[in-house]
Design a protein around this ligand. Structure first.
Ligand code: ATP
Ligand code: MG
Length: 140
């Protein structure tokens, strides 16, 4: 089978706390993504700031990085043809009130700040974000 491209997702603390890990992973599988790496961890403030470095200076940066450290997250690398764009379609708009019906953020997000999941926004960032969480030994 031909290998697809990669994207990096995080199930954010709000969604983990509310018991949505199972339902979100089920939808990821149903949508045809293959999980090539996965871990359950809690980010430190420094790690969250490093991950979201591109947003430093924006008005929501401090709330975002604090929220991402509130509890454990699930980080995973997903593989599929056209992984970045297809996953962004599956998760929907950043603001759950604007996300399409059936998308992960519509189903499981609370607000634009407390949305349910992250998805990489380019192939380049997918690689950078995958390297942030996973060594080569942790990918299958
Ligand atoms: P993510 O990177 O988490 O997948 P995204 O790519 O849809 O989300 P970004 O613009 O990269 O959106 O913003 C990163 C995160 O910052 C969002 O998921 C959200 O939690 C928060 N955020 C973005 N815009 C706002 C905003 N206007 N007000 C509050 N929080 C925001
Ligand atoms: Mg983003």
């Amino acid at each position: 089978m031909a290998k697809g491209t990669l994207t990096l997702t995080m199930i954010k603390p709000y969604a983990v706390e509310h018991g949505y890990v199972g339902p979100i992973l089920a939808r990821i599988n149903e949508a045809g993504f293959r999980i090539t790496a996965m871990k359950y961890l809690q980010l430190s403030p420094r790690q969250a700031e490093a991950f979201y470095e591109v947003h430093r200076g924006k008005p929501f940066f401090e709330r975002l990085t604090k929220f991402m450290c509130d509890g454990p997250i699930v980080a995973a690398i997903l593989e599929k043809e056209n992984a970045v764009d297809d996953y962004r379609s599956l998760i929907g708009a950043t603001d759950p009130t604007k996300a399409e019906e059936g998308t992960l953020r519509k189903l499981f997000g609370a607000s634009i700040e407390h949305n349910a999941v992250h998805g990489s926004d380019s192939d380049e960032n997918a690689l950078r974000e995958s390297d942030f969480f996973f060594s080569q030994l942790e990918r299958f």
